[in-house]
Design a protein around this ligand. Structure first.
Ligand code: AMP
Length: 191
């Protein structure tokens, strides 16, 4: 069982790396943003609850996000492990995640933080905006998401560093170089 959290600011390449790493390890990549986007596309009740927050670049309320993650983490395909991309994003979610895993005798093994300077993030966002047409990839909303990341999500990295779970990986190389750096970290940990 390998339980991984992938942390990092918007545009750092979490989704890309999550999919590659999970395919190699044979575990599911669980992206809360992706689950919300799919629900919005299907116009479900969850999608309707999430949409206005996402369009502003704000967090979807914990009362919506936490139960959704708990339901996903009880699915049988998470038995061998999982990688969380985009969750937890604030300290309350960190505590909720710890408690929900503990109920099932599980815990997080490693927290990988992808890092890149702000100008690299903006350039990647602009490229993604052309390719994927995400409604939250406008310059204003993206800026808001970066601000919220600094304010609410960066403290999580400190929390996990205090627990000796945090490993930082620079995301400035090619996709392949970053993947290799992540795989090296995981193999050093025996994952
Ligand atoms: P992402 O795909 O990870 O960039 O997430 C896109 C958007 O989904 C975020 O800007 C939030 O509006 C929402 N979202 C994703 N994950 C969470 C979370 N853990 N807590 C609250 N909102 C989230």
């Amino acid at each position: 069982m390998t339980a991984i959290i992938l942390l990092g600011p918007p545009g750092v390449g979490k989704g890309t790396q999550a999919n590659i790493i999970c395919e190699k390890l044979g575990i599911p990549a669980i992206s809360t943003g992706q689950i919300f986007r799919q629900n919005i596309a299907e116009n479900t009740e969850l999608g309707q609850q999430a949409q206005e927050y996402m369009n502003r670049g704000e967090f979807v309320p914990d009362s919506v996000t936490n139960p959704m993650v708990e339901a996903r983490l009880t699915a049988p395909d998470t038995e061998a492990g999982f990688l969380l991309d985009g969750y937890p994003r604030n300290l309350d979610q960190v505590h909720v995640l710890r408690d929900m895993l503990a109920k099932h005798g599980k815990k997080i093994d490693v927290v990988l933080e992808l890092t890149a300077p702000d100008e690299v993030l903006t350039a990647r966002m602009m490229k993604r905006a052309q390719e994927e047409h995400r409604s939250d990839d406008t310059p204003e909303v993206f800026q808001r998401r970066v601000e919220i990341y600094h304010e609410h999500t960066e403290p999580i990295a400190t929390y996990y560093a205090d627990q000796d779970l945090l490993v930082q990986v620079s995301s400035e190389g090619s996709v392949e170089e970053v993947t290799q750096a992540i795989l090296d970290v995981l193999s050093n940990l025996g994952a």
